[in-house]
Design a protein. Sequence first.
Length: 462
Amino acid sequence: MLGDTIAAVSTPRGKGGVALLRISGDRAIEIASRVFRPKNKKALSDCEARLAVYGEILAPDGDGAWQAVDDGIATVFKAPASFTGEDTVELCCHGGMLLTETVLTSCLAAGAKPASAGEFTRRAVMNGKMGLSSAEALGNILEASTHEQLKLAHNGMGGRIEKKTEAIYNALRDVLASIYVKIDYPDEDLADMSREDIIASLENCEKELCALANTYRTGHAIAEGIPTVICGRPNVGKSSLYNRIVGRDAAIVTDIEGTTRDVLTETAALGRVTLRLFDMAGLHETSDPVERIGIDRAEQAMREAELILAVFDGSRAATQEDFDLIEYLAKQNATVVAVINKGDVGDMDEPLYAASFANVVKISAKDGDGMDRLSDCVEKLFVDGSLDSRRDAVLTNARQHAAAVSALEAVRHALDALQGGYPIDLSCTDAENAMSALSELDGRAVSEDIIAQIFSHFCVGK
Ligand code: GDP
């Protein structure tokens, strides 16, 4: 509950140099004062805010008397100048597992409630300290496994999406105000904007929203990652390519056919793109039941893939299996890149691959040659090169994209009515709908369910 004072350990569970506990809420300083005794003998409430104070950390012993269990540091943050916007105390103790548990138990004994997953960030959003998209970006920082993801998440945390959204929201609000004036005083010329001004402003909102919605293709490719399948007949070098992309020997490479039996998954960067990579058994008919399971899973992964890296062996002529694969791939919705491997040995059947695929890259998975070309090719297919992960507002999840699209559709509807010569009041509802979609995007008006769903992915203590 928002009114409770909450506490949690914010550092990961385990042994470490230091651990950090956070207490947030109206009673944070009072509760921390029971658990922490400054060595300077001042009351914690009299200590200067945002200044580290050295002292003793206390815990109740068996008789209920509070005894020192560690020395540590307390930092007081007074509302609203804190992460959550509430009074907050951060306690640093040594990072022992039992010690950390003991300090948390002491905070609870002193009156704090245990924080749920993401509750500190959720409070920050509720108290207007950050927008929802910034909170999602903060979640992405914790999850980031590629440098590009980190850049994008850090950018998003700075409120980039909210700033963009707010500018469009304000333009729509001005449009709506002018429409209302025209409706209420039809015979007078009181509105700030003429009908032409209103159309021009809505056209600008449409352009901005369209550009914003389109950033999701890039945001998805970086933040969420592209489900990717590496396929090809046995022994063409799928595992070797997989290992090249992930940068280590994750998959077994042998020259015995059918040795890749399971579907491995891993997240790896290829240029700016994040690949959620499945490596799997060769798609060929087999009587081996274990391998058959692998192949069934592979076919499932193939259906879910957005990118298929189809590997062919350039050192040998294409086989019937290769021809079957080419035919199969032509029916898939995913983007296909034909990777002609073993370029160090030869490049047979180049015309066949060039005629069958829009994207063909020659590589040698063995010595790494051509990996930069593969990376450029995939990047061009999924990332808008004009977008800067450090600077531009980029949508990173389906929720944000759906809200931007819904605002865009409402603005287009309003424009259609105005450009079609319909009465101006018909556009009111559309402008309002667009504004409410934008409020959802930045979290000003988002349902409790969605908030709960977003923060359930956070860890406790964040
Ligand atoms: P998979 O069955 O398709 O996963 O193929 P592997 O990655 O296990 O490779 C099969 C064999 O081809 C192994 O002996 C690899 O060392 C070899 N191989 C893979 N890529 C290359 C390459 O680029 N050049 C050469 N010369 N051999 C390769």
